[in-house]
Write a new protein. Structure first.
Length: 209
């Protein structure tokens, strides 16, 4: 059986027509944290590509485990650089909303988290709310897309979707988006906790064809 759209065969006998572009992720770099103060991806360093090779990039966060448990300021966060990581201080305007639900079904919320957004700030942007859990079975997972970081025409948009375990046994699902307000090429990005180290976890960088 074939699948045909507008006269073009897309699938025939379960196989995609190789002439049809389907897009793919190319793994560029995987970094495993081990009591790491920060994790950085710098274009041209240790095999990292963060230039016009790809029009967009995706970061995958896998079982990010903080050193400190339940600290009010304990946020997983990132910043951008236009000078190959000498400074992580790109001006950003961002927004965050989040949902959470407790294990005992007593607490739920969906709302805007204005205390985690930025308005023309060079500060690190949180990708989580406070109070990340650091129990042995707790972690943060998610992904973030960064679009056209090498453009010298447009600002640098990003979109992130995260899920993590709160220290008080909630599941939290922040959605974070915004832009680095620069037309200079972004060529490095750094992730870190606002309190303590990244105790464990993996961050993978992919290029999107």
């Amino acid at each position: 059986m074939a699948v045909v759209s507008n006269g073009t065969t897309i699938i025939d006998n379960g196989i995609f027509d190789p002439a049809i572009p389907t897009g793919s992720l190319t793994l560029i770099k995987s970094i495993t944290a081990s009591a790491s103060a920060s994790i950085s991806f710098v274009d041209g360093t240790d095999g990292v590509v963060l230039d016009d090779t790809y029009s967009s990039y995706v970061f995958k966060f896998i079982n990010i485990h903080p050193q400190n448990d339940g600290v009010n300021s304990n946020l997983f966060q990132f910043n951008l650089s236009t000078d190959n990581g000498s400074n992580y201080n790109v001006t950003k305007t961002t927004t965050m909303f989040s949902a959470y639900h407790s294990e005992d079904d007593t607490a739920t919320l969906l709302g805007y988290f204005g205390n985690q957004d930025l308005a023309q700030s060079t500060a690190f942007q949180p990708l989580s709310d406070p109070y990340l859990g650091a129990d042995a079975d707790q972690s943060l997972n998610g992904s973030m897309s960064l679009f056209s970081p090498s453009s010298t025409t447009f600002v640098k948009h990003f979109i992130a979707t995260i899920n993590y375990s709160h220290s008080q046994n909630y599941t939290l699902n922040p959605f974070v988006a915004g832009y680095g307000n620069t037309t200079s090429a972004v060529n490095a990005i750094q992730f870190k906790m606002s309190s303590g180290n990244i105790d464990d976890g993996i961050i993978k960088l992919y290029g999107v064809k």
